[in-house]
Write a protein that binds this ligand. Structure first.
Ligand SMILES: O=C(O)CCC(=O)C(=O)O
Length: 331
């Protein structure tokens, strides 16, 4: 199936945004601006444990989102990862098409552009590359970019680092919920927890005030850890308003996903977020989604429910949750 790629469309040099990208009026960034002067939480992972737990707890409860600094991932490695992603998207269009995915056949891995799946039939201004990184049994190296040749080595190294950070975050979040530190990881499939890489490319957009890079959504993941390039665009929703999560060099943009909201019985929230696009500059982001294995059974943790605080979410297999979310069915 022939898919219109946003990068190819942008390269034509349009003056006006084609109608399929014009968001409904209430969604347009110019009609739903972010609150100015309020900053998302920034948390140093190297601060004393007690203060760290408190900050993580407050950020997960109030925002479902924070920027993590002093996380130990070498800046050089993140730079190499980003350069490898940029190099892939610099390939001629016909080369990139060799990696095209086909979501209509449930084949999500590879090079893609999101098709409409919203009531207004609007398309997001983004192309992406998506693939599994962990555990090894899920990884299909044959579909990873072969260019640049460094892609595999750099991404495998980044996978190791992000896995360590994910495990640390899950321990801190468990602690913040008053649980033993290994509870969340154990409830999420332990070492079978999956890491997925999604590289987003948002080309310059002729009328960014009318478009969205990704529309408002929460992630069905456990947590999502993202690094953007230096072009701002991510916004998170809190108490009825959008807030910009601007670029902070070498910070990890940490999103609480739906699975933590369910396990915590709503104590921590899955953050609603969206991304804006830019008139002159290409924005990119590298999002790592940490997800349970398909067969993991996820529901509110018994330790967090009682007669005064009954379960607010049903317990179901992650595969079922995913199916419902992808098809916009009630959970
Ligand atoms: O690019 C971003 O900042 C957000 C990306 C995102 O939310 C997604 O890929 O699901």
């Amino acid at each position: 199936m022939e898919v219109e790629r946003i990068q190819a469309l942008a390269a034509v040099g349009l003056d006006t945004l084609p109608a399929q990208f014009v968001r409904p009026s209430h969604e347009q960034p110019e009609n739903s601006p972010a609150v100015e002067g309020v900053f998302v939480p920034v948390i140093s992972l190297s601060q004393p444990h007690h203060a760290l737990i408190r900050e993580i707890h407050e950020a997960c409860r109030d925002w479902g989102f924070f920027l993590a600094t002093d996380h130990g991932i070498p800046l050089e490695l993140t730079g190499q990862l980003q350069e490898a992603g940029r190099e892939f998207f610099r390939l001629p269009q016909e080369e990139k098409e060799k990696y095209a995915n086909d979501p209509s056949r449930k084949n999500f891995e590879g090079y893609g552009t999101k098709m409409t799946k919203n009531p207004d039939e609007k398309v997001e201004w983004v192309d992406y590359f998506f693939h599994f990184m962990h555990p090894s049994g899920k990884v299909r190296h044959e579909i990873w970019p072969r260019h640049p040749p460094s892609y595999r080595e750099v991404t495998e190294e980044y996978n190791k680092e992000i896995l360590k950070v994910t495990e640390v975050l899950l321990e801190l979040i468990s602690d913040g919920l008053g649980l033993e530190k290994n509870v969340l990881k154990a409830s999420l499939g332990g070492d079978q927890m999956e890491l997925e890489m999604k590289i987003n490319l948002y080309p310059p957009c002729p009328q960014p005030q009318l478009a969205l890079g990704v529309e408002p959504h929460t992630d069905m993941s456990v947590v999502t850890i993202l690094v953007p390039n230096d072009v701002p665009g991510l916004q998170v929703w809190k108490d009825g308003n959008w807030f910009a999560a601007d670029y902070l060099p070498n910070a990890l943009f940490c999103h609480i996903g739906d699975q933590i909201e369910v396990l915590s019985n709503g104590k921590y929230k899955s953050v609603l977020h969206r991304s804006l696009v830019n008139k002159e500059k290409t924005r990119m982001s590298w999002a790592v989604f940490c997800a349970p294995p398909q067969e993991a059974l996820i529901g509110p943790l018994p330790e967090l429910i009682n007669d005064q605080n009954p379960a607010k979410y049903s317990t179901k297999m992650y595969a079922e949750f995913r199916h419902r979310k992808l098809n916009k069915l009630p959970q």
